[in-house]
Design a binder for this molecule. Structure first.
Ligand code: AHM
Ligand code: MG
Length: 333
């Protein structure tokens, strides 16, 4: 009998889990799952890979536009917002089961497939390119998304964030990072450009109960309500550092990994805060809660806010459990 073939050692990467295989395994945990949600997440993954590729050449476009004015720069930047929005809409509307799409870039909800009865139906809300003013300076930006299941015949009704069945963001930074929850913890995937797949690098992320940084636009400090001012004063006394990228995805990602707080309080310019409930605050709140942190508008969890309209703004306090509790207490005084 011939000798058995020698065992060939694995070269390079050990076996790895892609976003797609992760989602398939998650889906098996839900008896009766139809696979529709996995299809939707796959559309988001393809859109984000395409956006990541386009962002990589944005600087070259800017160089080509060197004769332009600030306005032209603004238009280019807007063009990327529009491209990202268009890509997401095109990909999502091609997926069976996506009945409603809501975007920061569109005034109204788009009813895509409202007539399709039976099967599972979903609403997908997103900010296609959050923090896009950072593109001018090569800074990080992101896509944020929130997914709800719809009842039969339901279309334009907005549900509180607590009803989200999945949420996540994609950070386009030094690497492209996809962070996802489907209600069973928070999982992180990094795009391997050579393979073209998001590879899982962390499961069940837990946000530290306390951190050492706060993230807020401190230039607005004087117009924050007194409780915020006291809280930030206390952080400074305790030797905290300040970190603010001006792009929510970048700042929340740091908080998720390292702890601390991210704040966008009410200001004189934006009395309800600046950030939008349905596609910025809610998905980030679900991720942060799923990772063991807390997310509030000050006196109420973000996820319990009853939405009134698609582009509604709310104050945002989110991050490590202990800091959020301290700030909440100070806002009550
Ligand atoms: P955008 O969706 O128009 O990009 O605005 C949202 C961004 C967030 O990413 C960021 O946290 C915030 O606006 C920064 O605002 P400010 O410049 O007022 O600090
Ligand atoms: Mg935004």
């Amino acid at each position: 009998m011939a000798n058995p073939a020698p065992v060939v050692p694995l070269l390079g990467q050990p076996s790895f889990i892609t976003l797609q295989s992760h989602v398939l395994v998650e889906e098996r945990r839900h008896p009766g799952a139809t696979g529709t949600l996995s299809w939707i997440i796959s559309a988001l993954s393809i859109a984000s890979k395409t956006i990541a590729a386009k962002l990589k050449t944005a600087g070259i476009e800017d160089v080509l536009g060197e004769f332009g004015t600030d306005n032209v720069q603004g238009e280019r930047q807007q063009k990327l917002d529009v491209i990202a929005n268009h890509l997401l809409i095109q990909l999502l509307r091609s997926r069976e089961g996506v009945a409603v799409i809501g975007s920061e870039e569109n005034d109204e909800l788009l009813l895509v497939d409202a007539a399709a009865a039976g099967g599972r139906r979903y609403a997908v809300l997103f900010d296609p390119l959050d923090g896009s003013s950072n593109l001018d300076v090569g800074g990080g930006v992101g896509t944020i998304f929130s997914i709800f299941a719809l009842g039969d015949g339901e279309s334009g009704t907005l549900q509180p964030g607590r009803q989200q069945i999945a949420a996540g963001y994609v950070l386009y930074g030094s690497s492209t990072i996809f962070v996802l929850t489907t209600g069973n913890g928070v999982h992180m995937f990094v795009l391997d450009p050579a393979v073209g797949a998001f590879i899982r690098v962390a499961e069940h992320l837990r946000i530290p109960a306390r951190g050492k940084t706060y993230s807020v636009n401190e230039a607005n400090l004087d117009s924050f309500p007194a409780g915020y001012q006291r809280f930030l004063g206390q952080c400074r006394e305790r030797g905290y550092s300040s970190r603010y990228a001006g792009a929510m995805v970048v700042d929340v990602h740091r908080v998720l990994i390292k702890g601390g707080v991210f704040l966008y309080p009410p200001t004189a310019k934006a009395p309800q805060g600046k950030l939008r409930l349905m596609y910025e605050a809610n998905p980030m709140a679900m991720l942060i809660e799923q990772a063991g942190g807390a997310a509030s508008i000050g006196g109420q969890p973000i996820l319990d806010v009853a939405p009134e309209e698609l582009h509604q703004r709310v104050p945002v306090i989110l991050g490590s459990r202990d800091e959020v509790a301290e700030l909440e207490a100070m806002l009550k005084d």
